[in-house]
Design a protein around this ligand. Sequence first.
Ligand SMILES: NC(=O)c1ccc[n+]([C@@H]2O[C@H](COP(=O)([O-])OP(=O)(O)OC[C@H]3O[C@@H](n4cnc5c(N)ncnc54)[C@H](OP(=O)(O)O)[C@@H]3O)[C@@H](O)[C@H]2O)c1
Length: 206
Amino acid sequence: MKLAVLGASGRTGALVAHLARGRGHHVTGVVRTGNGTGTGRDHVADPLDPEALAPAFAGADAVVSAIGPRSARKPTSVLVDSATSAIAAMRLAGVRRLLVVSSSATAESGDTPVVAALVKPLLCSVFRHAWADVSAMEPVVRASGLDWTLVRAPMLTNGPARGRYRVQEERSVLGGLSLSRTDLAAFLLDRVEDPESIGKALSVAY
Ligand SMILES: NC(=O)c1ccc[n+]([C@@H]2O[C@H](COP(=O)([O-])OP(=O)(O)OC[C@H]3O[C@@H](n4cnc5c(N)ncnc54)[C@H](OP(=O)(O)O)[C@@H]3O)[C@@H](O)[C@H]2O)c1
């Protein structure tokens, strides 16, 4: 497949690009600086500018976005802005398949009583800017009319792949508090080729 990866300079995005290349896919990593993924197959563009993005999406089978705020505690709209921009660029380029990394904080059911009543409200208060951003982003993706999948991640780690995780549709993974970026990247790539995941928000965690 031909894939475009947004946020390819980030920790998850770089893993998605690396893993995809290992699986034999043709990958264009979209980065906002010249640093990129070091492969020479990067497209340098402002991901918030649809006209700059569209050429990177030309001929792609799917777009995967692992963009996220560099600081979850500062005001940000990078998730909603980058999703809006990616959707516009995909329309320009005629690409339909979109996978966006979201957060398990948005799942409204499926948590233990302690997580639902205490842990989640506390985290959503501490990370209120990131919470507001991700909450604004999901409806934009759902309303895109594209073949979208939202992948809701819990706390991400840099640990090794386990290759085993739990998945829930439109609800939390009960007690699933973490996931390695390596497993998240593999999950995203598996979903690219999984038509069953279209139009769904999937929570994934250990
Ligand atoms: N960290 C967690 O525990 C956690 C939990 C749940 C969900 N998530 C989500 O998981 C995804 C991956 O997280 P991560 O920690 O692996 O990512 P990361 O390493 O922090 O990378 C973030 C990526 O987003 C890009 N980015 C940030 N602000 C940008 C802006 N204003 N304009 C353009 N690009 C921008 C960065 O580009 P530069 O390299 O140019 O800065 C980088 O490529 C994100 O969507 C995040 O919200 C994370």
